[in-house]
Write a protein that binds this ligand. Sequence first.
Ligand code: E4P
Length: 221
Amino acid sequence: MKFFVDTANLDQISEAKDLGILDGVTTNPSLMAKEGIVGRENILKHYKMITEIVSGDVSAEVISTDFDGMVREGKELAAIAPNIVVKVPMIKDGVKAISWFTQNNIKTNCTLIFSAGQALLAAKAGATYLSPFIGRVDDTSWDGIDLIHDIAHMYQTQGFMTEILAASIRSPKHIVQAAQAGADVVTCPLKSILGLLNHPLTDIGLAKFLADHNKAEAAVG
Ligand code: E4P
């Protein structure tokens, strides 16, 4: 399973890269706004900086909601670097735009996925990645991990090549559950990735190893 970091923060992207386990980056308009990146030129420059840090896929989302606008924006984004993936919302014109990008060899990430039916349409249109928002599904009375499981089963049964990119991850446990349910990729805040490190028995065990080592060294020297 691939690990993407879900942020537009350059320091966090670099820190995740330094861990040696980073395969890519996802952003969205909210994450860009959080970093104070406004204005088309600044947005394009910021994406360029991200692609210079990370060699894996970087999702950059269109703002337009009509077919012509999405194609125009997507072409501009894809021209930034070969590892840009155009992120397109799951709406009628979005499906049409994904189909156009697929035919023109531009990678896509279909975002705002909340049902298996939406996942089926995105795969039919040829999306490279599909982003089910598991945390936001959990915020309702539905189950985000069940959604990943259902989509993984459907894609496997039908032979679709679209990669399931579990998004809206809220915890380290979500990462493990998404992996178990068949996600190809998880995108998450750096904090959730770092949370995978934690276990109290690891800390206790390491402290004991070091104490025993130091005691033995002191006894001979
Ligand atoms: C990434 O592709 C999504 O836009 C992101 O994971 C959404 O996360 P949120 O639900 O925490 O905003």
